[in-house]
Write a new protein. Structure first.
Length: 371
């Protein structure tokens, strides 16, 4: 034991020195100082009466009885939450994908994940915690992998990532500062198949996804074909919810109202209105004997309505992507949609610069003839 102090000191006398290098051969500057541990005014921060600042920490009166912790009311008699609750997660074909448990220790403020893949094929797998069901592919994630191709290869393990959205590989960012600690990793045989079991633990203060008041955890899963983290081969169609108190599980989805309105606008515009506008021009001969401009009025009305509905649907799509903080035009659907909008705008511009019809009996000019 260090016998330099006995705990009754109010001051500490010390000698200090600074060297020109790290070799301890010579002192370039030296001096002495007295540090007062308990100044008369606890707000003072000083050393030996000089202008040199020291930080004084007031530990308070250690005889004060701490306030009772009411956050642990829902924990069991052992100070745990989720103990003994095993959740079975099915894939999109209703087959068992994995079993998972979340155990919160309310006393030591830790969370443990016990994860078993009964038929592990050797590929990466992971979950992203869904605090926002409207954007399930954004949030903190735990992924069993060796890392991405642009990362230094690591041993296979459960690593922390942050997902900024589902559309770009660049949106998957490795977060080593949030890594959980490996407690157990085993591979065992279950019948004719290999099963992988991993157990990891992390302090609750390491993430804002959980605390001792957490009763339900929502997450979405994804799996890949190899341990190198790349595009998934399958992912969840809905978030999985696990109730740590009751052991019940289910699925949950966000509000898709705007997406349905977007789909309705585009379907009505391009599956109904646009074809009617095209057919009115293609079959204008059916208007013979009537107002010769009837077909054109129908054509213009339906095509104009199609255009404005397209703009409305496109505006909704942009809003949805911005609200989800996801990258724009990151997949084929979004790229094709942008192409359709560009074609629609181009079509309207052509209509606006279209030469006026030539009266009967007059010869068509060059522009009209080309048109």
């Amino acid at each position: 034991e260090d016998q330099s102090f006995d705990g009754t000191e109010t001051e500490i006398d010390l000698w200090w020195a600074l060297g020109a290098g790290l070799d301890l051969e010579s002192d370039s500057e030296e001096g002495t100082a007295t540090i007062t541990l308990v100044p008369e005014d606890i707000d003072d921060r000083w050393c030996d009466g000089t202008t040199i600042s020291c930080t004084i920490i007031d530990f308070g009166d250690d005889t004060t009885t701490p306030e009772p912790d009411t956050d642990t009311d829902n924990c069991d008699e052992n100070g745990k939450k989720g103990a003994g609750k095993v959740f079975e997660v099915l894939d999109n074909d209703e087959n068992l994908l994995f079993q998972i448990s979340f155990i919160i220790d309310c006393d030591v403020r830790t969370i443990t994940i016990d994860w078993t893949i009964p038929n592990w094929g050797g590929g990466w797998f992971g979950i992203v915690f869904n605090n926002d069901l409207d954007n399930r592919m954004k949030g903190n994630a735990l992924i069993y992998t060796t890392g991405k191709s642009d990362e230094d290869t690591r041993e296979a393990g459960l690593y922390s990532y942050f997902l900024e959205g589902p559309k770009s590989a660049d949106s998957v960012q490795y977060r080593p500062d949030l890594n959980w600690q490996n407690a157990v990793t085993t591979t065992r045989r279950l019948g004719d198949e290999d099963a992988l079991n991993i157990v990891y633990e992390a302090p609750l203060g390491n993430t804002d996804d959980f605390d001792v008041t957490t009763d339900e955890i929502a997450f979405s899963w994804a799996v890949g074909s190899s341990l190198e983290l790349a595009y998934h081969t399958a992912r969840a169609n809905a978030a999985f919810t696990a109730n740590l108190e009751t052991g019940e599980s289910g699925t949950a989805e966000g509000d898709k109202t705007l997406k349905y309105i977007h789909a309705a606008c585009m379907f009505l515009a391009w599956s109904i209105l646009c074809p009617i506008g095209i057919y009115s021009a293609a079959f204008r001969w059916m208007c013979k004997g009537k107002d010769p401009a009837t077909w054109f009025k129908v054509h213009k009305g339906f095509q104009a309505t199609c255009f404005f509905l397209t703009l409305a649907g496109f505006g909704l799509a942009v809003y949805i992507v911005v609200d989800a903080e996801a990258p724009h035009f990151g997949d084929l659907h979004q790229q094709l949609g942008l192409g359709v909008v560009i074609v629609a705008v181009f079509q309207v511009l052509l209509a606006l610069i279209r030469p006026k019809p030539i009266p009967k009996g007059q010869k068509k000019g060059g522009i009209r003839l080309i048109w």
